[in-house]
Design a protein around this ligand. Structure first.
Ligand SMILES: Nc1ncnc2c1ncn2[C@@H]1O[C@H](COP(=O)(O)OP(=O)(O)O)[C@@H](O)[C@H]1O
Ligand SMILES: CC(=O)N[C@@H](CCC(=O)OP(=O)(O)O)C(=O)O
Length: 297
């Protein structure tokens, strides 16, 4: 490859962005659907490593839904989802812990370390830093009836996050890589949606930005065009008219909750674009959908 003045120009244009984000915490949710090929995974690891190198504090929270699904299939265990959440019996929980806490977590840690970073993998069970309680899904019932409670087994909701554990890591050269598994007061493991954990980590850490890397260019309108900027009011309209559905619903909820609770912006980003994180953070061309608080847009 021959280098030109354009390469230098790209770096110079990134300079104000390096300065703006230096010292800030950026939480990156790396979805299982975004981990599509080894080349993209290496590029993701390079991006996170570069962030740390230029003085930003990245924290990675990963998913792994499709990876859990394929091991369950090999073991002849059925996958079932209700409202985007996996029904998790005891056998499924063992598989979730094996895949998220083991295979997926360690492969991301290893890729970041190969890229020259210093990643440390952890689940919420380490130092009990993600306390969880059993999630009981509420569904509106018929008029005058109490809401229906759906039992999802070992699915958890975040009760609290001990930021001192993450502070210890981020204040050093370490990049934390978190698997979305929480621990109950009795030591039980809970399977938590990775978007939910990423949102809560971003809130507790007072992050500047929450990135949700997935397999769509961002939030699309009814004709498939990318919506580059959204605020709370606009999102409500898109939910009501059915533009947002399925897996996008919990994702957008968590993006909104983060900005309502102190995170400056949440961005839904296409993890299939090489170096999507760097392009969005360090160039003029924001490439995903940015969600900010009401009245800010
Ligand atoms: N308006 C929308 N714009 C883009 N994607 C949408 C929209 N509404 C629903 N979706 C769906 O949401 C999916 C992303 O959510 P999900 O599959 O749960 O991602 P992940 O596994 O990365 O968390 C997209 O692949 C798409 O099928
Ligand atoms: C309760 C629940 O649904 N947990 C998810 C955890 C992984 C996840 O969220 O992975 P993605 O981000 O890749 O979808 C699951 O078991 O699939």
């Amino acid at each position: 490859m021959s280098y030109t003045a354009d390469n230098a120009q790209g770096l110079i244009e990134a300079l104000p962005y390096f300065q703006r984000h230096a010292g800030k915490t950026i939480v990156v949710k790396y979805g299982g659907n975004a981990m599509v090929d080894p080349q993209l995974q290496r590029q993701f690891a390079e991006d996170v490593t570069l962030l740390k190198q230029v003085g930003v504090n990245p924290i990675v929270v990963h998913g792994g839904g499709p990876q859990i699904g394929s091991l369950l299939e090999r073991l002849n265990i059925k996958s079932e989802f209700i409202d985007g959440l996996r029904v998790t019996d005891a056998d499924t929980m063992d598989v979730v812990e094996m895949v998220l806490g083991g295979q997926v977590n360690k492969s991301i840690v290893s890729l970041i370390n190969q890229a020259g970073g210093k990643a440390v993998g952890l689940t919420g069970k380490d130092a009990s830093f993600i306390r969880a309680t059993k999630l009981n899904l509420k569904r509106e019932a018929k008029l005058d009836q109490p809401p229906e409670i759906i039992d999802l087994g070992h699915v958890g909701d975040v009760e609290s996050i001990d930021r001192s554990v993450l502070d210890l890591l981020t204040q050093s050269s370490v990049i934390p890589v978190i698997a979305p598994i929480g621990v109950g007061r009795d030591g039980a493991s809970y399977n938590i949606n990775a978007d939910t954990v990423a949102g809560k980590v971003a809130e507790v850490m007072g992050a500047e930005r929450l990135y949700l890397l997935t397999n769509t260019p961002g939030v699309l309108d009814k004709s498939g065009e990318l919506l580059t900027g959204l605020n709370v009011a606009r999102v409500k309209g898109l939910i009501d008219d059915g533009t947002l559905y399925g897996g996008m619903l919990p994702k957008i909820e968590c993006a909104l909750s983060a900005v309502r609770n102190g995170v400056s912006s949440s961005v839904i980003l296409d993890g299939r674009v090489p170096h999507a994180l760097l392009l969005d953070l360090f160039t003029d061309q924001g490439i995903g959908t940015m969600i900010i608080r009401e009245n800010d847009a």
